[in-house]
Write a protein that binds this ligand. Structure first.
Ligand code: ZN
Length: 138
């Protein structure tokens, strides 16, 4: 069985952002040489997500409004977690958007549905953060 590990690094200019990381995951798959197997892609930080959905700006705007409705960033004082930190909303947003995805690898390709793309969801950005890609198979 082959195994390949790769870290992807991101630093967003904004506190919150959604980045399509499908090309970087595909690149890791090519490096791995795996033709049949699985790819795990997970955020390595507890204020960021990896998820699969549509690469459509209106939807991303909807996500932003929906998440702000559920867990508004401000006032910071509304959260018990915020004392020396101000990122309680980011922990909550990450929890609902998920930590990781697993994608099947078939014939050397990411076996995604027609509109599925892999996203990094940043909820407490402006600093360097990582995503882990782990690919296993034959
Ligand atoms: Zn925190």
């Amino acid at each position: 069985m082959k195994s390949h590990r790769k870290e992807l690094w991101f630093e967003t200019d904004a506190r919150r952002a959604f980045l399509n990381i499908t090309p970087q995951v595909r690149e890791a798959l090519i490096e791995s040489g795996v033709k049949e197997g699985l790819a795990l892609v997970n955020a390595m930080h507890i204020t960021a997500s990896v998820f699969i959905n549509d690469d459509e700006p209106g939807l991303h705007s909807d996500f932003e409004l929906w998440l702000e409705g559920l867990a508004p960033e401000k006032p910071y004082s509304r959260y018990a977690h915020n004392g020396h930190e101000d990122n309680a909303d980011a922990h909550l947003k990450r929890q609902i958007m998920g930590r990781e995805v697993v994608v099947a690898i078939t014939k050397g390709e990411l076996d995604l549905g027609p509109w599925e793309r892999i996203f990094y969801g940043e909820f407490d950005g402006k600093r360097r953060k990582r995503v882990l890609v782990k690919i296993i198979g034959e």
